[in-house]
Design a protein around this ligand. Structure first.
Ligand code: PLP
Length: 395
């Protein structure tokens, strides 16, 4: 089958919920992908910020294969070895208290919302609490996560969604304060908005949220699903701000390719929220995915991945800023570390993404006008140069 035949066959059986780019990928190596015709692509999309270690990072495949040979799945009715160390490593990296492993980002959000509701229920003795979320946020596609996602057209067809959600403007403390009521039990926000268009939170915003939450015993939830796991040069983006959440969600790069997420609670939230019987998952945190989480943390430590991101960020920013200066259609750059966005004006972002694909570069869009750059965290200077050269041609 040639690539067109493969794509037609896919569309004949896979529900059309994505307008996929016209390429069939077959394998990856380092920071490169190869389609079924053998063409090479430099990958600055990383499976939407998942493949932080690129493809076939030394030791990663072997760790997974070893676990397959031992035990893939056992359910959460029993202990298993990989979940013990994966939990400990996530607690250590976050300096938080307790972890619940999930299968995806959206499930991590569901768990975080349930934990916040249960916390308020135990405290007040009744339910019916409210959650404040941000406009232009993205938290996932399941009903609870969709309910706190700040894009109306994602939500509308599925209403009524979870009740008691109020939206405020990101980076605008006053608008958050206006949405607070005696029923508010949680405020949820990304630290760097991803899908919404790569908007980093301001220091004042996060500090202000923390203060509001402390004053009223509201739980602060940070969604680190996209910006976490080293993407901004810290394990979690909030660590740069020094503002701690009560609950944090992660997924995407947590397993660098296996489906795993988690919500992580501080001592206060863990001590008085979800109890036996309140929450569960059959697959979540199974030995296979936790072996991946363990290996990811081990590699991050051994090969100093965060230091690498921090060392190379100024160069990435410099090359992107040159594009801003040179091209009238690039209005600006926003971002942190290896989570960067170029604001495109006067032409559709999709056109640039498609042109880049033809030229052998994977980038993606975010929001309505942002070219999103979320490469594997292992890129080198030469990859940045090649990315900039290709974008130069596309712009
Ligand atoms: C991707 C993403 C999610 C949803 O994760 P899934 O694994 O696709 O369910 C939630 N929040 C943020 C910030 C994300 O980027």
């Amino acid at each position: 089958m040639n690539m067109n035949e493969q794509m037609a066959e896919a569309e004949s059986s896979i529900l059309h919920t994505y307008n996929r780019f016209p390429v069939v990928f077959e394998r990856g190596e380092g920071c490169f992908l190869y389609d079924s015709q053998g063409k090479e692509y430099l990958d600055f999309a990383a499976g939407i910020a998942v493949n932080a270690l690129g493809y076939h990072y030394p030791g990663y495949d072997e760790a997974l294969k070893e676990q397959i040979d031992k035990l893939m799945h056992i359910s959460n009715l029993y202990y298993n070895e990989p979940i013990i160390s994966a939990g400990a490593r996530l607690v250590q990296a976050s300096h938080m208290s307790k972890v619940f492993f999930t299968n995806s980002g959206t499930e991590a959000i569901e768990g975080a919302l349930k934990a916040a509701k249960k916390y308020a229920y135990l405290r007040d003795g009744y339910a019916d609490h409210e959650i404040i979320a941000m406009n232009h946020s993205f938290h996932g596609r399941s009903i609870g996560a969709l309910s706190v996602t700040g894009t109306a057209h994602y939500r509308e067809p599925f209403e009524p969604l979870m009740g008691g959600v109020r939206f405020a403007d990101f980076n605008d403390l006053e608008s958050v304060k206006q949405q607070i009521t005696p029923k508010t039990c949680a405020i949820i926000t990304e630290v760097v908005q991803g899908e919404g268009g790569i908007y980093p939170a301001t220091q004042e915003f996060l500090e202000g949220l923390r203060q509001i939450c402390d004053e009223r015993d509201i739980l602060l939830i940070f969604d680190e699903i996209q910006c976490g796991m080293g993407r901004t040069g810290h394990y979690f983006a909030w660590q740069e701000y020094g503002v701690q959440p009560d609950i944090m969600t992660c997924a995407k790069a947590l397993g660098c390719g296996v489906p795993v997420g988690a919500f992580v609670l501080n001592e206060k939230a863990a001590a008085a929220s979800l109890q036996p019987g309140d929450h569960g998952t059959t697959y979540g945190g199974n030995p296979f995915v936790c072996a991946a989480v363990n290996k990811v943390f081990e590699i991050y430590e051994k090969d100093m991945i965060l230091a690498h991101v921090n060392a190379l960020t100024p160069y990435l920013e410099k090359r992107l800023d040159e594009l801003v200066q040179k091209h009238a259609c690039v209005a600006g750059r926003r971002g942190k570390g290896f989570m960067q966005g170029l604001v495109i004006q006067g032409r559709p972002v999709g056109e640039i993404v498609t042109k880049a694909l033809e030229e052998g570069l994977l980038v993606i869009s975010a929001g309505k006008d942002v070219l999103r750059i979320v490469p594997p965290l292992i890129i080198k200077k030469e990859h940045i140069d090649r990315m900039a050269d290709i974008l130069e041609r596309c712009l």
